[in-house]
Design a protein around this ligand. Structure first.
Ligand code: BTN
Length: 247
């Protein structure tokens, strides 16, 4: 996979621009980067605060796979980011929270938003993987409501990495894992995800649009990337949507 980097000072959302490029036929490996976004998109239609100092980028991918397995690419991205950041910041304190948040000491440092487009025949036309990493944000850069649930890597680890250094490290990992995934399937990605995750074995609340819909012990992640949660009353349920809070 060849990386083609397209850099911008300000975009509404790198995902939106990447989707536009993808529709115009941009190749797999095209990366859209913005120093700031004024309409950054989060999961569940939330706004993603994206001031200067953060790494905000989206990748265009065109995997030739059954769309049922498409969520694996988001897990792959989470593994790539977590592995790159653990190496760069020399820390094991970076964990993945299902499906694709990255946490340091329980606070969010990265979010991933993948958007999939199918062809009329039902094949994958493109997947845009949007990744936001709080690299060099200061406490005062976060909106008040995020101050106690989000943090930034340089502050947390007292380092001074640039957003470009973090981007390079992530892309290296991503390229390597993507090649493994294409050649051998998801086995290795899932096993790496399990080593990096902070979800399995924890008591969780499963939420859909901020409403708790199930509680229990997170026991498994399946080959489609769905999380299995169990409780004594209702048994085991598998979730391929929503998000969780860890108790
Ligand atoms: C989440 O809600 O956790 C996902 C956040 C994803 C944010 C990134 S920043 C780069 C890309 N462009 C966007 O508009 N969103 C993603």
């Amino acid at each position: 996979m060849k990386i083609q980097l397209k850099e911008f000072d300000l975009l509404e959302s790198t995902n939106l621009t990447a989707i536009q490029f993808a529709k115009e036929g941009a190749e797999e490996g095209t990366v859209v980067l913005a120093r700031q976004q004024n309409g950054g998109k989060g999961r569940m239609k939330r706004v993603w605060s994206s001031p200067l100092g953060g790494l905000w980028f989206s990748m265009i991918m065109r995997p030739v796979i059954d769309p049922a397995f498409a969520p694996q690419i988001t897990l792959l991205a989470g593994v790539a980011v977590a592995t790159a950041l653990r190496e760069l910041y020399q820390s094991d304190d970076i964990h993945i929270k299902w499906p694709n948040d990255l946490l340091v000491h329980g606070k969010k440092i990265c979010g991933i938003l993948s958007e999939l487009q199918l062809t009329a025949e039902g094949d994958i036309e493109y997947v845009v993987i949007g990744i936001g990493v709080n690299v060099a944000l200061k406490k005062e850069d976060f909106p008040e409501e995020l101050a106690c649930i989000a943090t930034s890597l340089n502050e947390e680890f007292a380092k001074q990495f640039s957003t470009m250094e973090v981007l390079q490290a992530i892309l290296e990992q991503f390229k390597c894992l993507y090649a493994i995934w294409q050649q051998d399937g998801a086995k290795e990605i899932l096993s790496k995800w399990k080593c990096l995750n902070g979800t399995l074995g924890a008591k969780v609340l499963v939420k859909d649009n901020d409403k708790v819909i199930f509680t229990g012990l997170a026991t498994k992640i399946d080959e489609y990337g769905a999380l299995v949660v169990e409780n004594a009353l209702e048994g085991a349920r598998s979730f391929d949507f929503g998000e969780i809070s860890i108790r």
